[in-house]
Design a protein around this ligand. Sequence first.
Ligand code: ATP
Ligand code: MG
Length: 420
Amino acid sequence: MLLGILLFLCCAMGVLVYETNGLITEFESFIFESSSRESTVTLTPDQQVAAFSTMIREKQSHFFSTILVALIAIMLTTLILSLRHVIRSVREEDHPAADIPDDISLPDTVPEAPDMVRSEIFEALEKMDALLEEDEPANDPDEEFTADFEFIDDEDEGDSGVLADSYNKMVEALQRTNELEKELSSQLADANARLETEVSERKRAEKEIRHLSRQLISGTEEAQKKLAQDLHDEFGQTLAALHMGVEALWNSIPEEMTGQRDRITALIGLIEELGDKIRSISSDLRPDLLDDLGLIPTLDWYCREFTEKYPRISVDFQSVGFKKRISPEIELILYRIVQESLNNVMKYAKARSVEVMLTYSYPKVILMVRDDGTGFDPGKRTGGIGLIGMRERAVSVNGTVDIRSEKGKGTTIRGELPVS
Ligand SMILES: Nc1ncnc2c1ncn2[C@@H]1O[C@H](COP(=O)(O)OP(=O)(O)OP(=O)(O)O)[C@@H](O)[C@H]1O
Ligand SMILES: [Mg+2]
């Protein structure tokens, strides 16, 4: 501390001697210049005293500020020296608790206050703030964001120039990003438009396929219906006539010709069998009941017939919520789905019981056929077209068919079709 005060006094004295010398030299040159100059004005002694006192005041303020700076410098130097001293003494004593790193460094000189640099930095920062405030993006999220920044003049040297340069680089990068974004947006819009066209094309194609499939199904159904009618009407009548004729023949043969009579009896049996077959085929092709009485009585009859034909499989049919008939096209599709499901049960399931449940739940009808048989893997493709046909029929009227099955856990077929 004492060293500091001594240093300060020495500095103050030095500065005082230096400044006084400078002042005298300056006053001498001023008087010399005034007298040697070609001038009409000559300084009176009063004026010379006034000029001298002004110079003294100027020098006074310069002297005090120099003293102040010197004082701060001396205090900092003293502080640094004291700290160095303390660190050295701690290290020398090798105190166990002292953990002072070896690379600790203290400044050798007192840093100068960088007033000029600071003011330039502040100026540049203010410029940047003002620009950013002007170009703040709108809060509306729908409004397009445009980074419309201006470049700052970066001709200045020093820190403000560096700041302006960095700012300009940032603006350039933002503008490039903006351009890239615009380009990407337009590419995205093009891709979207293409996608939309493809999607609408696809939808149109799907609609067309559904329409064609519906036409095909209804064409097939029409053909089957005609075949069923022809079988029933033509063959049925012919067989009935044949039956009557053979019966008449049987009656005309004398009782003692038992051999002939037996052969004719067997013929009658064959004709009746043929009649049953034709009726069954014709009913499979298109049951008369469906057109005449509607879906519910037809399914009820079909399920009972099935159990009669295959007594080891019991079929339970239930319907819920049907108060009136639904569209004939939907009735026929539902009938076909039940028909194919029960055929598959009979062929593959080894089931003991089957539930057929039909529920009217406007605007759709829900069909469920569930068996307790072997089950299968619905994802596995086979050569059959029964399950595919079910789906095709449902899709053709905007409905769905869902097949759930697992080996050993039975099979459930669920169909949902619109009421009309
Ligand atoms: N209820 C079921 N239980 C067990 N397996 C079944 C059942 N339903 C279908 N399958 C299996 O699914 C396969 C495909 O059935 P799908 O009805 O499509 O064809 P298919 O009956 O073999 O032939 P198609 O119906 O064309 O005469 C069948 O081969 C059978 O292995
Ligand atoms: Mg099948």
